[in-house]
Design a protein around this ligand. Structure first.
Ligand code: C5J
Length: 221
């Protein structure tokens, strides 16, 4: 299969490709979570939900593997370095109790994937303590066991956890493509810059494409 992508067409085979949705959890997308405690306007991120839902539905229809990640720490915060917890001046820190439970802690309401994109049976749900999806998760081994070589990315935020995960994936030998309208940042100019960085220099990190290009490829089979 081929996607009309930048900087040049992206070839993939569904059986060896996973759709990865990064951190589409309440803590980043809904008011009262981690994103808002950092002073961000979380409403910006909600705009990508319809396009992401359409991709998820089409990918499920094609029987492709889906990976959902969540940025979430152990309740005792043993996997949260003090340097991360103490950084900046948020209104609430990681582990503090907010309107959606403890901020960025596994099992709390804020760490759940938003209802519109809720995982279904058979999909992988990965809690990650870092920005990148491979750090301290075992995900690389799981994907290798399943023969996955290509990754289609969506999620938030573009220049933080999405870009970090794509770079980690690139270093591990995966071909990654970012779905441009299925990712967002609290800073639109950072999103634009991240997209440019990823596909520059002959896809130095990976490819990018609008999601209709993927949907067209899936449709034409
Ligand atoms: C951030 C993320 N932005 N999921 N996390 O802190 O991108």
């Amino acid at each position: 299969m081929q996607i009309d992508a930048n900087p040049f067409p992206y070839h993939f085979d569904i059986a060896h490709t996973a759709l990865v949705l990064i951190d589409m959890q309440r803590d980043f997308i809904e008011p009262g979570g981690f994103g808002e405690t950092l002073g961000n306007n979380v409403a910006l991120l909600e705009a990508i939900v319809p396009a992401t839902q359409a991709v998820l539905a089409a990918w499920r229809q094609a029987a492709g593997l889906v990976v959902h990640t969540r940025e979430a720490h152990a309740p005792d915060l043993s996997d949260c370095p003090p340097a991360k917890r103490n950084r900046g001046n948020p209104t609430l820190r990681i582990g503090d109790v907010g309107p959606m439970g403890r901020i960025l802690v596994k099992g709390e309401p804020g760490s759940q994937i938003i209802d519109a994109l809720a995982p279904v049976a058979g999909e992988l749900v990965i809690d990650k303590p870092g920005k990148g999806m491979f750090y301290a998760t075992g995900l690389h081994e799981t994907l290798q066991q399943r023969g996955i070589t290509h990754l289609l990315f969506g999620g938030v935020t573009t220049e933080v956890c999405v870009q970090t995960s794509m770079r980690e994936a690139n270093d591990r030998g995966y071909d990654g493509l970012l779905l441009e309208d299925c990712t967002e940042s609290y800073f639109p100019h950072f999103k634009a810059a991240a997209i440019e960085m990823i596909r520059a220099q002959g896809a130095i990190v990976g490819w990018t494409a609008p999601s209709p290009a993927l949907l067209a490829a899936l449709h034409s089979g």
